[in-house]
Design a protein around this ligand. Sequence first.
Ligand code: KIV
Length: 268
Amino acid sequence: MKRITLTTLQEMKKAGEKFTCLTAYDSSFAALLDAAGVEVLLVGDSLGMVIQGQESTLPVTLDEMIYHTRCVARGCRRALLMADMPFLSDVDPRQAVSNAGRLMKEGGAQMVKLEGGAMQLETVRRLAGQGIPVCAHLGLQPQSVHKLGGYRVQGRDQESARRIHDDALALQDAGADLLLLECVPASLAARIRDALRIPVIGIGAGPDCDAQVLVLYDMLGITPGKRPRFSHDFLSDPEAGPTDVAGAVRRYVEAVKSGAFPASRHCF
Ligand code: KIV
């Protein structure tokens, strides 16, 4: 079994072949997602909400991220393993290198993801300079939920769309290897995808991204409360009929690869 690397993902972008990403927080789910063909497993700081029951991702600590990354690494054989830099662990570039190093050395992550635009350029340069693969995260940044006044679609007006577009190019130039775009209009995501060499992973960013990501518990329909518009319950989809958890994940993989997901009702 050949391991998925950044080169694999770059080649898939060039070939116009979509890849998939899902969040994972433990070894059993990691093994199941890996076997279903998911190319990237993300140990998201969404674990603060779906595992710990917190109201936001802000309380998640670096030690908790390392613990869950280590659990996921044990179940992950083929997929690329990416871990989130938790809130404020990436502000000081030197500290960010040391924190990312812990996620890799102690957790077994192969890549880190961090939220933020222009203010993260120096951190991204430092991480890239140390050979640490980076996924930048733009659009809705859940770690800024209090500043944003809620979980809202970003880049709807011309000025903020231009800022996201410019930040994406600047982050790529600083050394980011992937870009994750969360909750932005599909037309903006398509423009950014076309402008970048690096693969773009979307969540609530329309069908024209190089890849899609969802929070695992959302796509299995087990997150309490209202499911976000951009997600889909692949486990109990009345149109597709009954299946099990592995079947739901395979359905997600097929739907992303065929372009059936996201549909227009999932987009902004
Ligand atoms: O923490 C998370 O789960 C994320 C999402 C964008 C998938 O970053």
